[in-house]
Design a protein around this ligand. Structure first.
Ligand SMILES: [Zn+2]
Length: 263
């Protein structure tokens, strides 16, 4: 009888450092895209965030640049992020359910977005079993003029990947455009990593105001950036994640190769 092999979790406590990424010339060589080309003036942007904080980690800087242009943005919060502190007596699911949506609203206000996220309240940590249901919900919320941004389909976090699968299905059915954004992949991947779709990667430059506001917005997620004294665990979003959020650019994946990699 074969021994059972458990899947190795990709996300590591000490992920790839920001120095490692910035020391790699490949990021500087990515194709450039600007805000106008990425989001034409007559579009609406829909950001589908598996957890409250992914909206800023993904494209917080772009959202500043869109808000300034008056492009409508709707943020959809798939879960309330209640499972971020398992076993904690300080950050209980009940407390997180109240707090994390408030943190997200405050962060979005820093970016210039006043409309609160639409909360779908699906189970944090359980989206792999709910992606069909999520796709149905999303179909009723997007239309063909939308550009939908979500986490990359192979990001290494089951909720991120399930959300991406639901977005793939919904955007195909509604003929909307989909853009995927790596979040946790920066933790487990290495420069030039063949598991990432670099040929579909674009680099969006952030101006100084967008960078500043994005960093400020990250500070709104208090539950994610302070240590948990009840368990001794460090912050969910550690110093490396915050360093990465301060980059003068954001990287997105968009293209046919990405669609083929789904099959
Ligand atoms: Zn997340």
């Amino acid at each position: 009888m074969k021994a059972l092999r458990l899947a190795e979790p990709l996300i590591r406590p000490e992920g790839t450092s920001e120095e490692t990424w910035t020391g790699w010339g490949g990021l500087a060589r990515l194709r450039l895209v600007d805000t106008d080309a990425l989001v034409p003036d007559d579009s609406r942007v829909v950001v589908v965030a598996p957890h409250p904080d992914d909206e800023v980690l993904m494209i917080g800087g772009l959202l500043v640049q869109l808000a300034r242009k008056g492009i409508p943005v709707r943020v959809i919060a798939v879960t309330d992020g209640t499972a971020s502190h398992r076993g904690s007596s300080a950050w209980t699911p009940r407390r997180l359910q109240q707090l994390r949506p408030q943190e997200s609203r405050a962060a979005l206000r820093c970016l210039g977005i006043t409309e609160p996220p639409l909360r779908l309240r699906l189970d944090d940590g359980g989206l792999a079993k709910q992606h069909g249901r999520l796709a149905e919900r999303l179909c009723g919320l997007i239309d063909r003029r939308d550009i939908v941004f979500t986490t990359w389909r192979r990001d290494g976090h089951p909720d991120h990947e399930a959300t991406a699968r639901a977005c793939v299905s919904a955007t195909r059915r509604r003929c909307a455009r989909l853009v995927e954004v790596p979040v946790w992949a920066w933790n487990w991947a290495r420069p030039g990593d063949p598991r990432l779709p670099w040929r579909d990667a674009f680099r969006l430059t952030l101006d100084a105001d967008a960078r500043r506001r994005k960093c400020f917005a990250m500070q709104a997620y208090e539950s994610q950036i302070v240590p948990d004294h009840s368990t001794g665990a460090g912050p969910v979003l550690d110093a490396v994640m915050l360093q990465r959020a301060a980059r003068p650019f954001e990287v997105i994946f968009s293209g046919e190769d990405l669609a083929r990699s789904m099959s």
